[in-house]
Design a protein around this ligand. Sequence first.
Ligand code: DUC
Ligand code: ZN
Ligand code: ZN
Ligand code: ZN
Length: 486
Amino acid sequence: MTKVIKNGTVCTADRTWKADVLIEGETIKQIGENLTGDEYIDAEGAYVIPGGIDPHTHLEMPFMGTTAAETFESGTWAAAAGGTTMLVDFCLPGEDGSIKNAINEWHRKSAPQICADIGYHMAITGWNEQIHAEMKDAVDMGVNSFKHFMAYKGALMVEDDEMFASFQRCKELGALPMVHAENGDIVDILQKKYLAEGITGPEGHAYSRPAEVEGEAANRAITIADAAGTPLYIVHVSCEQAHEAIRRARQKGMRIYGEPLIQFLTLDESEYFKGDWMHSARRVMSPPFRDKSHQASLWAGLQSGSLQVVATDHAAFTSEQKLMGKDNFCLIPNGSNGLEERLAVLWTEGVETGRLTPNEFVAATSSNVAKILNIYPKKGAIVEGADADIVVWDPKISKTISQANHHSVLDYNVFEGFEVTAQSRYTLSRGEVIWAWGQNSQPQPGRGRFVPRPAFSSASKALSKWKELNSPRTIKRDPMNIPAGI
Ligand code: DUC
Ligand code: ZN
Ligand code: ZN
Ligand code: ZN
């Protein structure tokens, strides 16, 4: 059974050209002119791009005394509708502290529900022999990245010694360390200070998490990664201070990757000061939205390549859940939506405005993610042999984003009223059409698959040797085999 995506303009991270794409079963068989097959998918007037990969979601995650409302089923449907064919979700250890059990628990929850493909990152929320041992099991189970929370003191936060130990373990295993960079000690002090001053509303959330808190943590994590000799991926970069730390580290030869969110690029801190508690609470996430100067920094990072990917940190809490913090902003569950909106908003605010080229858009939403997470070119590419995760991206379908027409279970949408100028005409996951504009039928829950991500190999023995011999440094920065150009 073959399908041909006909008459479109193929747009990848590195070039744009007119071609048909022939799909056989689940994979791309051929790219060329005048291809024929059993079925045809019309891409006239549209771009044919690799399916979006969202590297950062929290579906059904237990967090801050509740559980994120977006299910694996609703989340992956929303993703498909928005042109995203794979997401990478964060596993948190349960009460027994076991990483292995947490991964199995995520499989148990996600497998019957997902209609698009999924991968996991594993959170490291403490340090002991069991965690040290089970990180190897996680890598063997296809989870090659470990996230460290530098915030959420008393809950998820890790100390520097724990982070250093875990980063060293990542290096041994060929895994990628990640951090949520916010200084949890300072946040804790500022939260108490503002509460004591009688500031209990969502504006206190913004006051207690200033950009300096994120910048300090980003600098510290980068330094610890350098001491451990590992690359580092910094999730949800929201501000110039963290971006500046990343730029400086990259310029010194460190492999540091930065992930701004679509929310941070387009929504600013004025959302917390509108005098409408619920409006602001719905936008409480960590880090918080920043002022427009930080947005300009993030766009510049995407343009220059110092920031590589755009994610969502999709952590959906309903209005009722947000009310848990009605008397105390510290208790508002942190998180906002974006899984369905990421591509359309980035296209409208990035490509339509001339900030990004269509190729840079593809790199930031798909190809760079796949490279950094070690699933390229199975995912994130339109090449022969790759999974046929393809979006027919129509730059002529405009839409007003609204809770009324989204696929999330949320009773609001932080992008409510945004006019977007492009949409997925068709979303294909491993060759199957899982979304067709105008039809709005739900893809089959359980058809999605877990995508194991292998450990990275060391990129260059020779380079490490050279560094040892020629540099006064004692630290060996052992580059990992992440494809070049990011
Ligand atoms: N930040 C959020 O806003 N939500 C989930 C976790 C996080 O770090
Ligand atoms: Zn060890
Ligand atoms: Zn985080
Ligand atoms: Zn997150």
